[in-house]
Design a protein around this ligand. Sequence first.
Ligand SMILES: NC(=O)C1=CN([C@@H]2O[C@H](COP(=O)(O)OP(=O)(O)OC[C@H]3O[C@@H](n4cnc5c(N)ncnc54)[C@H](OP(=O)(O)O)[C@@H]3O)[C@@H](O)[C@H]2O)C=CC1
Ligand SMILES: CCCCCCCCCCCCCCCC(=O)[C@@H](N)CO
Length: 324
Amino acid sequence: MGLFSKNHMPVEGKTVLITGASEGMGRSAAVQLAAKGAHIILVSRNVGRLEEAAAEVRAAAKSPSSQRITYISADVSEPGYAARVLAEAIAWNGGAAPDIVWCVAGLSTPLLWTDERALPAARHNMSVNYFGSAEMSHAILREWLAPGNKYAEPKHLVFTASILALWAIVGYGPYSPSKWALRGLADTLVMELQMYPDTPVRVHVVYPATITSPGLARENETKPGVTLEIEEDDVPESPDTVAARSIAGLERGDYFVDVSFLGRIMRVGALGGSPRNSWLFDTVLGWFVPIIYFFTLIYVNTKVRAWPKKHGVPGAVAAPAVKP
Ligand SMILES: NC(=O)C1=CN([C@@H]2O[C@H](COP(=O)(O)OP(=O)(O)OC[C@H]3O[C@@H](n4cnc5c(N)ncnc54)[C@H](OP(=O)(O)O)[C@@H]3O)[C@@H](O)[C@H]2O)C=CC1
Ligand SMILES: CCCCCCCCCCCCCCCC(=O)[C@@H](N)CO
């Protein structure tokens, strides 16, 4: 934080629960928040990886003797998982709910929409990316907003979307809608939470671009060639860098957190009725976005139309059966 800017999300002595914390950006975020003095609860499925991550988080702690680190194994795509995870977290935390909940768990299965695998993938992406976060937000808000509660310092609920929730591109049909859905939920909650003056909660959505994580290697196994070609213009960043920029945005108090210049342009170009980080800067930069998209869409769509000329029309659709 700069000399004159307030830290809107101090974490020292606070308890932070992070889903998707065993790998990639979630793990980096857990390490960095521990280094700032937070108690950490890591959530993901794989116990072996959770143990490794917890050891790394412990080693990074600001004051190892007083900070408490644990993990809980859960599959966020399971209906009702969050209530169970939170009950365990609260019991471990001496009866108190976590102060900050950051939903990072997610996956991406890029495919062309006519691929026969696209719809099952879309359902699974929605279950993990959207419902995994929706369930957790539902469960933690029922704790934070419970009748009779009163606290002065705001709690924080953080969702992790993608720049693809600001501008959708070919090949992410099974994935992008699950991240767009998070935006819709976050905007709804921001408005709804104003009805609870005694229990302030700040909602945030982080919009990363390409992260060089284990997840990226997995998604590249199904990624269509045309999608890879369009993505060449995005500069990949390490999980550590994306986590650090996300935390900086949260500390600034941003509602929609961008972590790259491309992300900033896409964010201000997609605000609609969403709250602004700064009405002045978001509006002024937003005036230029139509001009940028004018050229970007020509540039990207030229690549898309050239694709079948070079590689043939995508052949994922089975030929209709010929009737005798
Ligand atoms: N990589 C990228 O290019 C981008 C990623 N994002 C988003 O950022 C977030 C982090 O991405 P990234 O760093 O790539 O993550 P990774 O794919 O590298 O790691 C994903 C983490 O989530 C956990 N996870 C996955 N599925 C589940 C599940 N069903 N239940 C519980 N935990 C689960 C994994 O652990 P385990 O296997 O043990 O469950 C792991 O800890 C995700 O939401 C992703 O969609 C956004 C933009 C770009
Ligand atoms: C003149 C300016 C030219 C701009 C060219 C356009 C660049 C397109 C960038 C698309 C990047 C997609 C990132 C995907 C992140 C993500 O969410 C997935 N990895 C899924 O996890």
